[in-house]
Design a protein around this ligand. Sequence first.
Ligand SMILES: *Cc1c(COP(=O)(O)O)cnc(C)c1O
Length: 443
Amino acid sequence: MHAFHYRDGHLFCEDVEVAIAADRFGTPLYLYSAGTILDHFGRLDEALAGLDHLICYAVKANSNRAILRLLRDAGAGFDIVSGGELFRALKAGADPGKCTFAGVGKSREEIEYALEQGVYSFNIESEAELDYINEIASAKNQRAPIALRVNPDVEAQTHQYISTGKSENKFGIALEQAAKVYERASKMPAVAIRGVQMHIGSQITEAAPFVAAIEKIAPLVSELRSKYAIEFFSIGGGLGIAYESSIASGSGDWWTSQRSHPLTIRDYVDAILLPLTRLGLRILLEPGRLLVGNAGILLTRVRYIKETAQKKFAIIDAGMNDLIRPALYGSYHEIVPVNQSSTSRITKKNRTRKIDIVGPVCESGDFFAQDREMPPVQAGDLLAVMSAGAYGFVMASNYNSRPLPAEALIEGDKLALIRERESFADLVRGEVNPELRGVSPTL
Ligand SMILES: *Cc1c(COP(=O)(O)O)cnc(C)c1O
């Protein structure tokens, strides 16, 4: 469900014409719908109303502070994977007591910072990390609240790069080892056992893998509850979204332009509610993509049309440095015209043509769509790359010395810039003129 829809052939986000944002802030531009994010959060929260729960938004999906603030105000906690994400969340007013700290490679500085701030739980991914956290907390005369990330060894049926719950992945501690590691943790002076965590992957479009993982871990959870009086079980994130047909290409209705969802919030919650309720613990969820994915688009302008003997290309002003998902995962993003000309409103069959939509970066992997059926596209046209709200801007880079794009937020009929476009000066900030000196080993 999202708030992008056509009115009289013009793409709107909530009550704002998308082209106005492009005129005001330029392109490429990430544009987010606050209403969509809050709608998704509210529906998940409501579906879980009967259960003691906390939704910890996975900051890595989209970490702009304006987005974090929206979710904090709605009652969310945050799942962070680095010290930088904790810093952002705190800057957005987050309660550190509602933040969980995940990630396989936490550094000393990150652990100290999170201890000082008082995060709710360190979600631990290896015995070595457990020892390290115990040592650091001990030196600071503190007790680190911990949970182990348990790897249930289930197949999440998603892209191999975003599957995390199989035993061959680098994530978590094997289910068979977990009880033993908890036992060790219970004897450590500077850790306090607080919960159990799992996260089996991302863009999962069926309930079955979640249910299988929960059922596999449930006996351990019950055991830990009676042995160590744990408070919570976090079931991670990973709920998938619809990337195809996210907008009716004719005229979409407000809130209903999405034709299909691979797994609705309702179905997901219905499938997991019973086994979770039985555990009698506080349940944490860590959704990222689900909350923000369909709430954002990447606005881009067509620079040139290029035709070769075999192909027609639309070269746009956004590149793989702005949105890397197609190049990294081969992901599909729906791409629609911001203004449907009278010709482009003609039905698919008679006027669409297969084209490649590519960026300006010097890589053949720099494409957004290949052999895509599109209505006529001309130089100067604005296009919207749909469902770009998650793992979009956060993965953007300066490759090819391209300044990072701007980000804007819409709420109802209001529009605001939430991150300025980078300038050329930003590109070289931090670089210093070298003063090369020999490094003496005795110094
Ligand atoms: C990435 C991640 C999430 C969020 O995943 P989504 O697929 O965006 O919901 C949640 N928990 C952990 C530990 C993660 O690494």
